[in-house]
Design a protein around this ligand. Structure first.
Ligand SMILES: Nc1nc2c(ncn2[C@@H]2O[C@H](COP(=O)(O)OP(=O)(O)OP(=O)(O)O)[C@@H](O)[C@H]2O)c(=O)[nH]1
Ligand SMILES: [Mg+2]
Length: 303
């Protein structure tokens, strides 16, 4: 017999949106209690809609981390914007994250404009209140000017890095969530497949070590995986793929030092996350001008 509506717990998809680098992925990882999404100081680290799951007695929230919203006509950026748009439309609730340490500029105006028709399902998190330059008053003025439809009781000051202020935020999200059955088993904190997670961890280690345009010019291709030692070890062959032949040298580094450092750091992280010992065979190759290849972008971003 099915449960009556009154007995059902809460269940909602929550799209997490905002400018690049405001701390969306850091927050999703904190709320879900595991490494769901990669994090770095490089803007536009997140490239996909990535689900992180929080199950509690009250019910289940599925956070959808999204690429940071940024105005640029570049093909890859337009793809990121479409991922963010789609996630906002499909979600039950939207968690709009702002950075208290940065003044809201034109980029923030564009997001507020996009959210105008969605204020009923929007909750705000003003992040990075731990920073010396945090100015919550400036953000409050911005919000009441651009999004007057969002009431003050739906705005929360937090620090995702220091784990401050998320209790009241979560209580509000559960309160607003519709009733329904959980989407995932209670012990899941993400639904990503192993190959995607491996590719993302390698990308995180690469982008935090490489400079200039390189972080944006590469992606990671997990070409082959094989269980060894009776299932105790997972052997992985992966490629860091550059856009141009001339970039390969910078990824490899002097005497192979750079790629060795990326491989070791990725392996260490993976050994913490996965139940098998990971043996990573990491190489570099080039897919010329891949950021203009529609088919590949669809495969990489829409998955
Ligand atoms: N001081 C401080 N730094 C934070 C906080 N939250 C995130 N950061 C830092 O901000 C940077 C960006 O964090 P991310 O979580 O990758 O930001 P994001 O919004 O997911 O960025 P994109 O994926 O590029 O859109 C990282 O260096 C984080 O460590 C916070 O509450 N306080
Ligand atoms: Mg991110």
């Amino acid at each position: 017999m099915s449960e009556s509506a009154a007995e059902l717990k809460k269940a909602a998809f929550v799209a997490v949106v905002g400018r690049p680098s405001v701390g969306k992925s850091t927050l999703v990882n904190l709320l879900c209690g595991g490494k769901v999404a990669i994090v770095s100081a490089v803007p536009q680290t997140t490239r996909n809609a990535i689900r992180g799951i929080l199950s509690r007695d009250e019910g289940q929230l599925v956070f959808v981390d999204t690429p940071g919203r940024h105005a640029s006509e570049k093909k890859l950026n337009k793809k990121f914007m479409s991922v963010s748009d789609r996630s906002m439309e499909e979600a039950d609730l939207i968690l709009y994250v702002l950075d208290a340490s940065r003044s809201p500029a034109a980029e923030e105006d564009a997001i507020a404009e996009r959210l105008l028709s969605l204020t009923e399902k929007t909750i705000v998190a003003v992040n990075k209140i731990d920073t010396k330059t945090a100015d919550c008053e400036k953000i409050n003025v911005f919000l009441s000017d651009k999004l007057p439809g969002i009431k003050a009781e739906r705005c929360f000051k937090i620090s995702a890095l220091k784990d401050e202020g998320t209790g009241p935020l979560l209580a509000c999200l559960f309160d607003l969530a519709p009733r329904g059955d959980a989407f995932y088993p209670a012990d899941y904190y993400t639904d990503q497949d192993v190959q995607f997670r491996i590719a993302e961890i390698i990308r995180e280690k690469a982008i935090t070590r490489l400079r200039e345009e390189l972080p944006h010019s590469l992606y990671v291709d997990v070409a082959d995986t094989e269980f060894r030692d009776g299932g105790k070890k997972l052997w992985v062959r992966a490629f860091i793929v550059t856009e141009r032949e001339s970039q390969k040298g910078m990824v490899v580094g002097k005497g192979g030092e750079m790629i060795k450092s990326i491989r070791q750091a990725a392996q260490k992280d993976m050994n913490r996350i996965f139940e098998w010992k990971i043996e990573l065979d990491l190489r570099v190759k080039t897919a010329h001008d891949w950021r203009h290849n529609d088919g590949l972008l669809k495969k990489l971003i829409d998955r």
